[in-house]
Design a protein around this ligand. Structure first.
Ligand code: NCD
Ligand code: ZN
Length: 351
């Protein structure tokens, strides 16, 4: 049995408010525990988006009532909430700027708004950016000009990881995350998965991009599933939304990176626990750990998962390494496929 600290996923979509048919704080945190995660941070691209005090309170109340593991909340940046965001900084785990199009309405094009948010957001609070290709350069520059750090979400391309590596070498305060799908899947997997189901933001990149991420794993500060649940009816429908559920497949895929020699076990713990805890100011969880049956082989069957998405780009895949037990604050929260922590057991770790 492999014993790991409670894993942290700093990038998930728990869909509440407004998207609870896809996921809510209850089902999303059940999926988290089943995947070995004891803290997940939720993105603000909900309906309404979490961009002001009124929308934040809706999310906080739902979290308090329904979360089974601990949850952090991010605020979303808009061109109009620069001052408001600052007043709410003490209640969230970071400010997310969407600089490229994706699911939801939160996208900032105006360069002056990006620069103004970077200058106004407290320097000791995380600033996160969905920033691909050119906007990755802009996000790093905006933070650098403000004399503050920036976290680049879900890096997927060689040009981005090389840019971030060079910025770090120059002493710029940049951190980044990578997702299992961008380290394991490429454009070559799209025919097998299906074009609509394989759609995700950032899109799956070339095999060369995947290789570059794995070769520059030392530049990647943390891992994130970007758990983005959508129903199969939506993925297979006329306007398929981008995104995959990821919380229940992330750890076995990270363990595959260990077996492939991309990282060692300490590197996994650093990227799924120590680093995200430090980077996002998350609390120590006492008496909390995850027991993994390292040798157990299993087949991913969507019906067995806890997310409401009930599909996966990895459905039918054979995995090695299975979460056997999760202990959260001394309480058995998950055991042998069953989530035991009740709704309301989870805490808001952004406060
Ligand atoms: C995310 C979603 O569905 O909310 N989709 C995705 O493809 N990753 C949005 C995002 O993280 O960009
Ligand atoms: Zn996301």
């Amino acid at each position: 049995m492999l014993k790991l600290p409670g894993l942290i996923d700093p990038h998930t979509h728990l869909r509440e408010p407004g998207g609870t048919h896809k996921e809510d704080f209850d089902s999303g945190t059940a999926a988290a525990l089943a995947g070995g995660f004891t803290i997940v941070c939720g993105m603000p691209n909900t309906t309404p988006p979490i961009v002001d005090a009124a929308s934040l309170i809706i999310a906080q109340r739902a979290l308090n009532a329904k979360a089974r593991c601990d949850v952090g909340i991010y605020l979303g940046a808009t061109p109009n909430n620069i001052a408001t965001a600052r007043t709410l900084a003490g209640q969230v785990s970071g400010l997310k700027m969407y600089l490229n199009g994706t699911f939801g309405t939160l996208k900032m094009d105006a360069m002056d708004a990006i620069i103004a948010h970077a200058a106004a957001w407290p320097a000791d609070k995380p600033l996160l950016a969905h920033a691909e290709q050119h906007t990755c350069g802009l996000a790093i520059l905006a933070a650098h000009l403000a004399g503050r750090s920036i976290h680049i979400c879900h890096v997927s391309r060689k040009e981005e990881i090389l840019l971030i590596a060079r910025a770090k070498d120059k002493g710029m305060q940049v951190t980044c995350e990578a997702c299992p799908h961008h380290m394991m899947l490429s454009t070559e997997d799209i025919p097998r998965i299906g074009t609509a189901r394989a759609d995700v933001r950032p899109v799956l990149a070339s095999p060369g991009d995947v290789a570059a991420l794995r070769e520059h794993i030392h530049v990647i500060d943390c891992f994130a599933s970007d758990h983005a649940p959508h129903l199969l009816g939506e993925k297979d429908g006329p306007n398929p939304p981008p995104g995959y559920p990821g919380l229940e497949t992330a750890l076995p895929l990270y363990l595959e990176l260990v077996r492939d020699g991309v990282i060692d076990l300490d590197g996994l713990i650093a990227r799924c626990h120590t680093n995200p805890r430090r980077m996002f100011g998350l609390p120590v969880q006492e008496d909390t750990w995850v027991e993994v049956n390292e040798d157990a082989e299993w087949t991913l069957r969507p019906a067995d998962t806890h997310t409401r998405a009930k599909w996966s780009p990895w459905e039918g895949a054979r995995f090695k390494g299975q979460v056997a037990r999760v202990v959260l604050r001394g309480v058995v929260a998950f055991r042998d496929g069953v989530v035991l922590a009740p709704p309301g057991f989870g805490r808001n770790v952004s406060l």
